[in-house]
Each structure stands twice: as C-alpha cells, then as structure tokens.
Design a protein around this ligand. Structure first.
Ligand code: IMP
Length: 181
C-alpha cells in the first residue's frame, strides 16, 4: 500500500495517482501506440530527466518493433527575446524521415513541448506524436496536440514516478499532489 502522504524537502504531498492506476494507464497507452504505429518502426524520444520512468514502462507495453533514445531540453539563454526556445541536448539519433513519438512526463504550459516539436520538424521528422503521462489542460498556453495522454490533472504541483520537486521525489512509485495546509 502506498503511503497516504510524503514529505519532499519542506512540503507535504498527498497520494494522487497510485502505482496500480498508473501501470494500467501505461498498458493502455502502449496498446494504442502499438496498434497505431505498427509497420512504422517508430523512434521514441524520452525527455530527461522526468520521463525516464514513464518511458521505461511505456516501452515494455509496446509490442511492435520500435527504437528508443533520450534527450534533455534546457532553457536556451540566447538572443531570443522570448527566452522560450529550448535547446535539445544529446540527440544522437537521426530523426530525418522517422516517425517520432516524444515521451514526456507532463505537459504544463506546453512551451517546452512546442519547442521540441518545432525543432524535430526542422530536423526532418516524417511525423511527430506526443505521449505525455500527465497534462494540465488549464495551464496550456500553446497549441500542442498531446495525442496520447495518461491523465488530465488540475493545476496543482505533483511529484513522483519521475517527477521531482527540486531534485527529489522522482523515485516514488506513485504520484503525489501538493497538499494545501
Ligand atoms: P511546460 O513547458 O510548462 O509545459 O513545462 C513542462 C516541464 O515542467 C515538465 O517537463 C516538468 O519538468 C515541469 N513541470 C511542470 N509541472 C510540473 C509538476 O507539477 N511537477 C513537476 N514538474 C513539473
């Protein structure tokens, strides 16, 4: 049984989505992806660090020939006045002509995902679809299509199953939501 609350740094979080529920959803997402992408030999790209656990479980639920790689995304301190262009780091595999599935832990404002998708398009990807375990629809500021969404959640900070609060909490098997005292 998962703990009803956990403390991460100075904050208390309460149980939100239990491991069992997460795993069930990941299985469903894996089945849909397998069905829709059979014959395309897709390249899954997991976004580090947050998506490492989701990407690992999702790949186990995918039963078609598929590749996986990982990359990081950072804020780009350049000449961009918006400051919202993200730099893709460590993408060694060629995406040209490939069917891509971007695997993310959470889409919040959508700024990160929009930037990722734009850049993968520029690199010549044949198709790009997004699989995100979590989506905060009320926070979306960009028109990004998350075709495979695990759970739509309210505008509250969450940790666990790869997601962190200031570096901690990623190793929790369940997802916890910030408790308001
Ligand atoms: P976006 O660009 O606003 O969509 O931000 C996406 C990134 O913000 C995610 O990949 C996470 O790293 C981080 N993030 C957004 N919401 C949360 C949350 O509730 N918990 C932990 N990280 C979050």
């Amino acid at each position: 049984m998962p703990q009803p609350t956990v403390t991460v740094h100075d904050k208390t979080f309460e149980l939100f989505i239990a491991e069992e529920e997460i795993q069930k959803k990941v299985e469903e997402l894996g089945s849909s992806l397998s069905q829709n992408l059979k014959d395309t030999k897709p390249l899954f790209i997991g976004i580090l660090n947050g998506a490492f656990m989701f990407a690992s479980d999702l790949m186990k639920a995918v039963n078609i020939p598929a590749e996986i790689t990982f990359m990081k995304v950072t804020s780009y301190q350049g000449m961009e006045t918006t400051g919202q262009t993200k730099e893709l780091i460590g993408l060694n595999d060629s995406v040209k002509g490939r069917d891509i599935v971007v695997v993310e832990d959470i889409v919040d404002t959508g700024i990160t995902m929009e930037s990722i998708v734009d850049q993968l398009k520029n690199l010549g990807a044949k198709s790009i679809e997004v699989a995100s375990l979590l989506l905060k629809p009320d926070c979306l500021q960009r028109d990004v299509e998350v075709k495979y969404t695990g759970f739509e959640i309210p505008e509250k900070f969450v940790v666990g199953y790869g997601l962190d609060y200031d570096g901690l909490g990623r190793n929790l098997k369940d997802i916890y939501q910030l408790k308001h005292e």
